[in-house]
Design a protein around this ligand. Structure first.
Ligand code: FAD
Length: 410
């Protein structure tokens, strides 16, 4: 009798890390990694940064190349979309390779960039894949007029990259300020100021009426009558979890594929990890969250590998996210809640570290912004304090001259 493989759908960050970790943890059985993209699994974070600003056209930054996957005896099916899951038969239906049986299944299908919902929104370029980054790169010429819709992380990274390429840039944001999701107002203001210094025009609190195209040129019209002419319109208006396959198979969905603390879906033989899933976070009283962050996809990939072969603990890694814009760096650990008390520590040279304390004094999040050399160490300590569920003295946190590391021993 042949053993059925563990099958992984989605050869991105979470899926590929899971395949590698399965071998690290001693799983010796058959392993199939199925992905619809043709490139070897690659990192997405550079797509809005170095892939756009590098002098020469870059290659994808590989997570694992074909040799590594072959070494690990991972059968990789590239350019193959899984179109259905037959749960009763434990079989996948694929676009190119017919049916594939599985013993256990990991869905690591990621997320897709949301379309801009406005008349003419289809003219706005979206960015999720390496091929899309290459196409965008060609448009970011010196002097090109670029309108970025969305003042979130991706939109702002795109704005910074476009400026570095010599384009003129306008950022349009619907909310009253940029970065309303998860970034405190003082840091958002510092980031906005850095963009303005670089020559980016930020228009917040605006609504787009329509985008019109005339040959290779576009007009982006706002509801207040202003019109911005553009050679290129880019939308960074969030991402939606890729759940179609799971939903069609009848799996529970709740802002992503709903999994339990072990990242197991409502079908005990199907797990999910990365951007596509929502899970109860053990560090936050089981609050259900979905994270769109590189390190979460890595961590969950490694974690779910153990769950796929029987481990039973719950996922409790501190969420962590970073963004690079120009020469500055933003890091957010934990979950930033609007109601938290924020204590700021001045790290010098304009760098700041904010501690977010819950009502009971527990450190639940930390946000840092500034030159990497100024923030990295303290932000790491803050992350460790969050993991320890520490309740540090607010006065100590605010006192920049007092060593943060000492709190770890407390
Ligand atoms: P993905 O990497 O999206 O992989 C999912 C894969 O599944 C895709 O290749 C998709 O084609 C495939 N797939 C989906 N459905 C099917 C199917 N039915 N059949 C076959 N294949 C399928 N995070 C940070 O923390 N910091 C950053 O600075 C940062 N920058 C980013 C910049 C950009 C431009 C983007 C797009 C993301 C960035 N991220 C960043 C987020 C980070 O890259 C993601 O959180 C991470 O890639 C998620 O990994 P994943 O494996 O869940 O999904």
């Amino acid at each position: 009798m042949t053993t059925r493989p563990i099958a992984i759908v989605g050869a991105g960050e979470a899926g590929t890390r899971a395949a590698i970790a399965l071998r690290d943890h001693g799983y010796g059985g058959p392993l199939i990694l199925i992905g619809e993209e043709l490139h070897p699994p690659y990192e997405r974070p550079p797509l809005s940064k170095a892939a756009l600003t590098a002098e020469a056209e870059p290659s994808p930054s590989a997570i694992a190349d074909a040799y590594r996957l072959a070494d690990l005896r991972v059968e990789r099916l590239a350019g193959a979309r899984v179109t259905a899951i037959d749960r009763a038969e434990h079989r996948l239906v694929t676009s190119e390779h017919g049916g594939i049986d599985y013993e256990r299944l990991l869905l690591a299908t990621g997320a897709r960039a949301r379309q801009l919902r406005a008349p003419g929104g289809e003219h706005a370029i979206l960015l999720r894949t390496y091929d899309e980054a290459l196409a965008l790169r060609r448009l970011l010429r010196p002097g090109a007029r670029v309108v970025v819709v969305g003042g979130g992380f991706i939109g702002l990274e795109l704005a910074a990259s476009a400026r570095e390429r010599g384009a003129s840039v306008v950022v349009l944001e619907a909310a009253p300020r940029i970065l309303t999701r998860g970034v405190p107002a003082d840091i958002a203001e510092k980031i906005a100021a850095r963009h303005r210094r670089a020559g980016v025009e930020i228009v917040a609190g605006c609504a787009i009426s329509y985008i019109a195209r005339d040959g290779g040129a576009f007009s982006v019209a706002l509801s207040d009558g202003r019109i911005f002419a553009a050679d290129c319109v880019i939308a960074g208006v969030g991402a939606a979890p890729e759940v179609e396959l799971a939903a069609a198979a009848g799996l529970a969905i709740d802002n992503g594929i709903a999994v339990n603390g072990r990242l197991q879906s409502s079908d005990p033989d199907i797990f999910a990890a990365g951007d596509c899933c929502s899970f109860p976070h053990a560090l936050y009283d089981g609050r259900r969250v979905r994270l769109e962050a590189w390190r979460n996809a890595q961590d969950q990939g490694a974690f779910v590998a153990r769950a796929l072969i029987g481990a039973s603990e719950d996922y409790a890694v501190t969420p962590w996210f970073w963004s690079d814009q120009y020469d500055l760096h933003l890091q957010i650990s934990g979950l930033v809640d609007a109601g938290a008390t924020v204590i700021s520590r001045d790290l010098g040279e304009g760098a700041v570290l904010n501690f977010h304390l819950a009502e009971d004094g527990r450190l639940v999040a930390a946000s840092a912004f500034g030159p990497i050399g100024k923030i990295a160490k303290d932000a790491r300590v803050a992350e460790m304090l969050i993991a320890k569920r520490a309740k540090p003295d607010p006065a100590y946190l605010a006192a920049g001259e007092r060593k943060l590391k000492a709190l770890l021993a407390a």
